[in-house]
Design a protein around this ligand. Structure first.
Ligand code: ZN
Length: 565
């Protein structure tokens, strides 16, 4: 059997690939029969899959070892040619939509492919290329500025990521000073951060106008491929979060203050959940993976087969090691039908989350691997997170293997974090609606809007006089706001769906699991609300869904004596 290390990488010859692609596209245009059109589509998809396979192999291998010059050059090569590769997709989509066989192809593949194609076409025109380039330049200015942070804290220098662990330090003074150090970076770079965002908003407004839209909100939704819901529905969802979740979250912060022994919870206390420390996995990385295998073997036949597939082909790179990039992800190597999971185990409960969350993504794409349409391997992002977040819950019965006597503490933290995230998540979403509906706002007006949203969604929040935070600049640390406009509500919508799976799994585990498996097999072949419906879940946009999804969670949280965890 071939393992990941033996998957063949070869740099594609772009001009030759393009030539072959356009030849087949012509065959598709001139297809005399439906069968001929389908054959041409299959060949086009084979070319697209092969390109994506090479891209992914280069990307993964460069991230596993940043010192590997060969793969770094290959990744740069792809970055450079990405616009050309995307042009191939657009060319294909245009022909697909105007094909004389369109109705029959829609029958065969389902409408989703055509709706996705339309989103991409509506969000693009040749005219906006210079603006897109300007937008890319600005987002990379932002990520470079954030990565360049060299922050002095108690005589040592740190990046923003390296400062992270101090937010959980048992010593309150340390947490406070670390936060002040972090914010001094944002305060010193205020003008740069404001100007990058200001330019981004103005550039995006121009893109919207050139494409014929009033403002960037619609373009943002098209880019996120939102096919069956709109901004008004999202607004109604945020309202439910405000009414139902904010009071629960506030109660959780009050309990936390008591637990860690402070009179009033300040912002620098929020990440410090327990004086006795957080629940951590009780073993080495090898032990975690072994237990993971046991868990997936016992969970179901399907997951057992999946996890063995990942192990046999060596598609998991989980341990932190020298030269490895930070972070974690799950991707898919098309030609080898291989999901791939990348992470950096660090001894925290996050290691187990990788094994459930990223493996949830991987299990979904594994379940969808036989689709002939590459667009259907993964669903759009709000749906994709349902699989991963729900797997975290389906894995609950096995958490005792990892956390031993601390298992209740783990679950309490996991669920509290999920609840507390929702108000923040919708605040980030509402902020972006306001910003793009008011493209002429000054940086001060944006900060004021953010501060107002914090009062609405995070009423417990107390910045203890730290100037840049009091003035409303917190949002500048949230990369999505700069880099992926409107990519955020996705996590909150999926979380509410995952809560529903948790509830169902407690009522009738067999039925809930079958719904989950069916959902995974549908991959990205349907839009969000249709996927939700086919999994027998309620739409998060429907009045009452949020409350119904979390009331049992609230009861569970209320009944736990968190002081004793
Ligand atoms: Zn995810």
């Amino acid at each position: 059997m071939q393992t990941f290390a033996n998957y063949t990488y070869e740099r594609p010859n772009i001009p030759k690939v393009k030539e072959g692609f356009y030849q087949r596209l012509e065959q598709f245009q001139n297809a005399a029969s439906l069968d001929a059109a389908i054959d041409a589509i299959d060949e086009l998809n084979a070319i697209r899959n092969h390109l994506s396979t090479m891209y992914n192999l280069g990307f993964i291998r460069a991230s596993i070892d940043t010192r590997n010059e060969f793969y770094h050059n290959e990744r740069d090569f792809f970055d450079e040619h990405l616009p050309e590769i995307q042009e191939l997709d657009t060319a294909f989509y245009k022909e697909l939509l105007k094909s004389s066989f369109e109705p029959q192809l829609r029958d065969k593949y389902g409408s989703q492919l055509f709706d996705l194609a339309e989103c991409q076409i509506k969000a693009f025109s040749k005219e906006i290329i210079p603006l897109l380039q300007a937008e890319n330049k600005l987002t990379s200015d932002y990520s470079k500025l954030i990565a360049s942070a060299d922050i002095n804290f108690r005589g040592e220098s740190y990046t923003l990521a390296q400062l992270g662990p101090f937010s959980e330090d048992p010593d309150r003074e340390t947490r406070k000073e670390a936060l002040e150090a972090r914010q001094s970076f944002f305060a010193e770079n205020k003008e740069k951060l404001d100007s990058i965002y200001d330019n981004l908003v103005k550039t995006r407004q121009q893109i919207a106008e050139k494409l014929g839209y009033k403002n960037f909100v619609e373009v943002g939704y098209l880019r996120m491929q939102r096919i069956d819901y709109n901004a008004e529905m999202v607004e109604r969802f945020r309202k439910q979060v405000e009414e139902v979740i904010v009071p629960i979250a506030t109660k959780l912060y009050e309990k936390q203050a008591k637990r860690i022994g402070v009179d009033s919870l300040k912002f620098y206390d929020e990440s410090f959940a327990f004086s006795s420390g957080n629940a951590t996995p009780k073993g080495t990385p090898e032990w975690i993976i072994e237990n993971g295998k046991k868990m997936y073997d016992e969970l179901s036949e399907e997951t057992s087969e999946f996890f063995q597939y990942m192990l046999d082909r060596e598609l998991l790179d989980l341990e932190a090691k020298k030269g490895k990039e930070s972070g974690g992800y799950c991707t898919y190597i098309e030609d080898y039908q291989s999901p791939f999971i990348f992470s950096n185990f660090n001894g925290t409960s996050g290691d187990i989350d990788v094994l459930t969350h990223e493996a949830g993504h991987a299990f979904q794409v594994y379940s969808s691997r036989n689709f002939s349409v590459p667009e259907y391997y993964f669903p759009t992002s709000e749906s994709a997170e349902i699989h991963s977040m729900s797997m975290e819950f389906f894995a609950y019965p096995w958490m005792e293997n990892f956390f031993k006597e601390k298992v209740e503490k783990y679950k309490y933290t996991h669920i509290s974090d999920a609840i507390q995230f929702l108000p923040y998540g919708v605040a980030v979403d509402e902020f972006q609606h306001l910003v793009y509906e008011n493209p002429d706002w000054t940086p001060e007006e944006r900060n004021q809007a953010w501060r107002n949203l914090e009062k609405k969604y995070l009423p417990h929040r107390d910045y203890d006089g730290i100037e840049s935070l009091e003035s409303g600049a917190f949002w500048q640390k949230q990369g999505h706001i700069y880099e992926d406009p409107f990519y955020y509500i996705d996590y909150t919508l999926a979380q509410v769906c995952a809560f529903q799976f948790l509830k169902k799994s407690q009522e009738n585990r067999g039925k809930a699991w079958q719904d989950y498996i069916d959902l995974c097999k549908l991959g990205g072949s349907k839009p969000f609300l249709e996927l939700v419906q086919s999994a027998n879940l309620k739409s998060p946009f429907e009045e009452g869904t949020v409350e119904a999804a979390v009331s049992f969670i609230e009861d569970w949280l209320d009944n736990i004596d968190d002081q004793k965890l």
